[in-house]
Design a protein around this ligand. Structure first.
Ligand code: NDP
Ligand code: 8X3
Length: 251
């Protein structure tokens, strides 16, 4: 039987690339995001290939998360694969200059949003004693870099939640693992720099960053392992990157 995946943050970057790769591989989809027009485009493109349903909600809004997930049509309501991907950085400032709204956004979206979505999906996975959860962390969840403070804290929290989920859900046979990318060229830096496209472009200048499709390939590899194999925690960087602060630029 065909599997069904729910992907948060499907409207852009890693989530969009993963949605399209899953569709190409016959995985039915529940795609989530706030930008309805992008969800509609994805639905139009792939609805002849797989079953697809879209959910338009903000992961920060606890009631909307549960309402949206409750509203999934019966034939897609057994989620086999959850990709907890929605998230972003907001700002890149020393801690003493940090913007409180940016801090709230990162903790509310990257940490609490991931928890709300997981909480809404888990009962059926537990009932069926099967499921696979992939948490998209970051190298920022493995090390802290200058001015990364709260974003790094949010991704360190994802690292801890990933470990906690794996421990607690072990008794139900649910697979849990994280993928922690380094620099991937998406809309991430545009969001971080509040729409400043030039500043965002500069982040990826002079070297070959990862493409969202590179991460989608890895996610597909992880979810297509046989049932006894769980890739628990994976770090992937561009070849030019050695750590958050060491990037060889020569292009
Ligand atoms: P993008 O900005 O391209 O995509 C972010 C996605 O998250 C969008 O689909 C956006 O959808 C969704 N999203 C953001 N805020 C919310 C919200 N409040 N409610 C619902 N959905 C939301 O960035 P990436 O693809 O790069 O980011 C995906 C994940 O990868 C994030 O968790 C990020 O932290 C992580 N990551 C990214 C790296 C990078 O270098 N790019 C490296 C390591 C990790 P919409 O706006 O439509 O709601
Ligand atoms: C995204 C990678 O280095 O910009 O999580 O924090 S980084």
């Amino acid at each position: 039987m065909k599997k069904t995946a729910l992907i948060t943050g499907a409207t852009s970057g890693i989530g969009k690339a993963t949605s399209e790769l899953f569709a190409k591989n016959g995985i039915n989809l529940v795609l989530c995001g706030r930008r309805q027009e992008r969800l509609a485009e994805l639905k139009n493109k792939w609805q002849g290939t797989v079953k697809i349903h879209t959910l338009n909600f903000d992961v920060r809004d606890r009631a909307s998360v549960f309402e949206a997930i409750d509203s999934i049509p019966e034939d897609l309501s057994n989620i086999d694969i959850l990709i907890n991907n929605a998230g972003n950085a907001h700002g890149l400032d020393p801690i003493e200059n940090g913007n409180l709204d940016d801090w709230d956004a990162m903790l509310d979206i990257n940490v609490k949003g991931l928890l709300y979505v997981s909480k809404a999906i888990l009962p059926k996975m537990i009932q069926r004693k099967s499921g696979h959860i992939i948490n998209i962390g970051s190298t920022a969840g493995k090390e802290v870099y200058p001015n990364g403070n709260v974003y790094c804290a949010s991704k360190h929290a994802v690292d801890a939640i990933n470990q906690g989920m794996r421990i607690d859900l072990n008794q139900y046979g649910i697979r849990v693992g994280a993928i922690n990318p380094g620099l991937v060229e998406t809309e991430f830096s545009e969001v971080r720099f509040k729409g400043d496209a030039n500043r965002a472009k500069n982040v990826y200048k002079g070297f070959q960053p990862l493409r969202p499709e590179d991460i989608a390939d890895i996610i597909f590899f992880v979810i297509s392992r046989p049932p006894h194999v769980n890739i628990a925690d994976l770090i992937v960087m561009p070849t030019a990157q050695a750590s958050s602060t060491i990037v060889r630029k020569e292009l």
